[in-house]
Each structure stands twice: as C-alpha cells, then as structure tokens.
Unconditional design. Structure first.
Length: 363
C-alpha cells in the first residue's frame, strides 16, 4: 500500500491524514513531552477494545499512558461523564503540562476536548479520530462540548486540539451503520460546497467503498476551507450546519424516546431531507435537485418513521437551538447542490411543514 501523508491546517491546528499519520504523532510526542509529563488516553469501551491495541502497536511509548475508558454512545456525552473523567484526571495527577489523547469518534473528541479545555483552565489535548464522522468532521475546528437533557451540545467551548491524527486503518473495525453516519456528514460537506464531490460520492454505492482515504481528504479540505474563513462561527462556518438544526431535533427526540437511538449521521440525513425541502420552498432549490438529494439519502439510510404526534415535540426542540434569533430558527439552506447560504430565518410554520413532508418522503 502506498504511504501517503496529507497535511492541513484547521483553525491553527495541524491535521495529518494517511497511513503514516501516527509517525507524526510519535515525533510530536518526542519533541514536546518528556517521560515526566503525564499522558492520558481517553477512549470509550469500543475504541479501547478495537483501536487502543493498534495505537500501542504503532506508538509503543503510549502503553505507559494513564487510561480512562468510558461507556460508548451519545447518551454518555454529559456533564456527569465529564465529572467522572475530571476525577480520573486528578487520580492521574494531571496538570497543565499533561497531554490528553482523545481516541475515539465524535463523542470522545467533543467530550474529551471539553474536559481538557477546562481542567486546570486548559491542558493540551490531541484527537485521534477513529470513526469516519470523527475523521471528516468532529475532530477538527475546535468545537467541544456535551449535551444537556439530550439537547445537543448545549454546554461547550471553542478550544483547538494541539493536533489531529487521522489514520484511516482504524475504520476497519467500524460497524457499517457508523460508516454511514460519517457518510452523511460527507454528503453535507458536498451539498454545501462542492458539486463535483457530490457527484463522486453518489457515483458508487457507499457500501462498496473500501478505500476511504481520498474521500476523507476531500471532505477535510472542505471543512478546513470553511472553518479557516470563520473559526468562531460568526458567519461562513454556519454553512456547515446544513441539515443540523432539524437533524439535532431528530437526534434529541430519538435519544429521549428510542431504545436504540439514531446515530448522529442518521439524524443529520433526516435533517438534510427537511432542510432540502425548506431550501426548495424558500431558497430557489429546483425540484429536480430536491428530489435527487432526497432519493440519494433514502437509498442509503433506512426510512425512519416518526409518529405524527412527535412533530410538536420536534418543533419545540428547535426552539432551543443556539442559533435562533428573535424566536426564529436560523437555517443554512442550499440554492443548488454545492452552493449554500447561511443565516436564513425560517418561520416555525415552515419548520413544522417540513417535518410533515418528511413523513411523506419516507412513506
Ligand atoms: N465538534 C464538532 O465539530 C462535531 C461535528 C460533527 C459531529 N459532532 C459530534 O460527534 C458525535 C458523533 O460522532 P460519532 O458518529 O463518531 O459517534 P461516536 O463517537 O459515538 O462513535 C460511534 C460508535 O462507533 C464506535 N467506534 C468508533 N470508532 C470505532 C472503531 N474504529 N471501531 C469500532 N467501533 C468504533 C464508538 O464506540 C461508538 O459506539 C456527536 O456527538 C456529534 O454531536 C461534533
């Protein structure tokens, strides 16, 4: 296999992608951290089982690091888990010279980044994303945080990792459903910024993609370009929220009501359907592209049925979105595939209509 290394800069953090990314981690550790500095690895139970042994094989020095392993899943992305992690930092004797390594998907990088950003008013952390979603989105850009009462990312800070190491080999153990979850964020990247990437994504069924590296690189390029224009999300970075305002409502609803909740990406795929409909109603998206997007999403994602009675609660959840202004949700919409516009105030009645139309689309 060819040895590749791609390097990006996202909001000031270096991001290394490729089969030699962990070599970069080795040299980062030897340049910046002595044996006396505490190194802590945070993983969830799955990434501990599947990814930690590979990491130790590649970077043997890390076998001495203090390990913190938490249960997996979005329901763990809470302040209660943070408290347990902070207690473990104290047990490990962590201080501002310590380094936290977040080994996992977006749940671990969001929660781990947040715990690191505020412990002793901030200690260094790096991300080693192990899910596709983490590799193309969650691990870069400095958004960290946790959910509150299942409301997404209500508590958090912007804090950038010292570096991000994307090693696609970790994907070998990622379940198909989780690969799909990352694929939804890649579709979103393409829809807001790059028609050619969209065409490439839909050219072959997701399930037959085995070499993800070039897709990851294209997706990171889009994210990097947008985040670097607006690191603190006061303008252009809002473009990355396409599908997320209503997607987060589905995710919160599912976390509250489903025994087996939606993955983040499944919820975002559903949010993309609704926000594509709103784009068609108010932002000039053609019916041809609307139907194309909905068809492509439904080809990949199971048609999740929501009871009509859930719609009141979904609308209510959108009232808590951080980006709302004067009581109105502010959405990112697309004018056509590859061209999005942020900060569009949408009437609550149209939000409700989009949830009803969603139930038609998935019939
Ligand atoms: N900060 C950001 O900019 C940003 C952007 C997008 C999403 N997010 C957040 O990311 C989270 C979703 O991330 P996610 O989809 O990675 O979820 P996740 O971290 O919960 O991982 C999904 C599942 O895959 C397992 N897993 C991860 N890597 C594995 C591997 N290599 N082998 C086997 N199992 C593995 C995990 O244990 C978990 O069960 C959400 O909380 C979302 O809000 C954050």
């Amino acid at each position: 296999m060819a040895k590749n290394l791609y390097q990006f800069n996202v909001a000031g953090s270096p991001v290394y992608v490729g089969s030699t990314a962990l070599e970069e981690l080795k040299s980062h550790l030897s340049t910046h951290y002595s044996e006396k500095d505490g190194i802590i690895i945070l993983a969830d139970e799955n990434t501990h089982e599947h990814c930690y042994p590979l990491l130790i094989e590649e970077v043997p020095r890390l076998s001495h690091a203090f390990k913190i392993v938490i249960p997996a899943g979005e329901s763990q992305k809470t302040l209660e888990t943070c408290e347990r992690v902070w207690n473990q930092f104290a047990v490990a004797g962590a201080n501002r010279r310590s380094l936290l390594i977040n080994l996992g998907g977006g749940m671990i990088s969001d929660l781990g980044g947040f715990t690191g950003a505020v412990f002793h008013r901030g200690m260094d952390f790096i991300h080693i994303p192990t899910s596709l979603l983490g590799m193309v989105d969650a691990s870069m850009g400095g958004k960290t945080g946790v959910d509150l009462y299942s409301l997404k990312n209500l508590i958090g800070v912007f804090s950038n990792p010292k570096a991000v190491y994307v090693w696609p080999r970790f994907l070998k153990t990622l379940p198909l459903r989780q690969l799909l979850s990352g694929y939804a964020e890649m579709m979103k990247h393409a829809l807001i910024a790059d028609y050619n990437f969209w065409s490439r994504l839909i050219a072959i069924p997701m399930a037959v993609i085995s070499d993800w590296e070039s897709y990851i690189v294209e997706a990171i390029k889009i994210k990097a370009e947008i985040v670097n224009r607006d690191p603190l999300e006061t303008g252009d970075r809002l473009l990355l929220n396409f599908g997320h305002t209503l997607g987060h409502a589905f995710e919160t609803w599912s976390l509250r009501h489903d025994e087996k909740p939606l993955t983040h990406g499944e919820a975002i795929a559903m949010g993309i359907i609704c926000e594509t409909y709103i784009s068609y109603r108010t932002a000039g998206l053609s019916i041809v592209e609307r139907d194309e997007i909905v068809k492509r999403i439904l080809l990949n994602f199971n048609s999740y049925k929501i009871p009509t009675l859930a719609i009141d609660e979904l609308v209510e959840i959108t009232n808590y979105d951080k980006k709302n202004q004067r009581g109105r949700p502010m959405l990112t919409l697309i004018r056509n595939i590859g061209n999005a516009v942020a900060g569009q105030a949408v009437e609550p009645a149209l939000i409700r209509e989009s949830f009803f139309r969603f139930t038609d689309f998935v019939k």
